[in-house]
Design a protein around this ligand. Structure first.
Ligand SMILES: [Mg+2]
Length: 227
């Protein structure tokens, strides 16, 4: 296991513990703030139901509001509707990577833009260097395109980058297919799926039950004499 020159992380159930989005609260906040400009604000809850993965909050808002106001409204929707708290140890881990000069980017399948995340994450103490959102790149994990978008932001080859995420299919298999080193996050361990049809081999990955374990892996890999 090589020491990483950068670390990419999933958001939901990796950086944050999350509960289902409260679309009704978000719609009410929108209606309260933009009632005259956004007559369809209360339709938010219905607008997102049964929508394809490509539906995004910002695109929906931009059909009704000028771009600067739509961006402001997207933040409002996030603040009113998203119910997340940092996973135990996540803040400390990000601080340790930052102190060591290791860039950290978040990569998420989400209905919110990366710009919105960059505004709201620091308010919760989680400062990352960038966020690559499926809403922006129009590709969702495990599609290699979203991992490549993150590597482009880093300017690093995939082999020098770890990807930490809780989903075996989206994070581990996706990152491995894009050439990154996957760290499967969280516990308890789920049974790994068998090799894919056609006998494709399972990727090598590390497993870390929590952020303290991720830090331990990283310190082990970065120790002198380890390659
Ligand atoms: Mg996740």
């Amino acid at each position: 296991m090589y020491a990483p020159r950068a670390i990419l992380v999933d958001i939901g159930e990796t950086l944050f513990k999350e509960q289902p989005m409260d679309w009704r609260a978000a719609a009410e906040a929108l209606a309260a703030r933009f009632h005259a400009l956004l007559p369809g604000a209360r339709d938010l809850e219905a607008a997102q139901e049964d929508r394809p993965d490509t539906w995004t909050v910002l695109a929906w808002l931009e059909t009704m509001l000028p771009a600067p106001l739509a961006a402001e409204a997207e933040i409002l929707v996030w603040e009113a509707g998203v119910r997340m708290e940092p996973m135990p140890g996540a803040l400390e881990a990000l601080a340790a990577f930052r102190a060591a000069g290791i860039p950290v980017g978040a990569v998420s399948n989400t209905r919110f833009s990366g710009r919105a995340y960059m505004e709201v994450l620091p308010r919760r103490g989680l400062a990352v260097d960038f966020v690559v959102s499926s809403a922006d790149v129009r590709a969702r994990k495990p599609d290699p395109a979203i991992f490549r978008a993150a590597l482009d932001r880093l300017g690093l080859p995939a082999k020098d980058v770890w990807f930490v995420g809780d989903s075996y299919e989206k994070d581990v298999l996706g990152a491995a297919a894009a050439g990154l080193f996957p760290v499967r996050f969280g516990g308890p361990r789920l049974a790994r799926p068998g090799p894919g049809e056609g006998g494709s081999p399972l990727p090598s990955c590390a497993e870390a039950a929590d952020w303290a374990a991720v830090l331990a892996l990283w310190k082990g890999a970065a120790a002198p004499g380890v390659s």
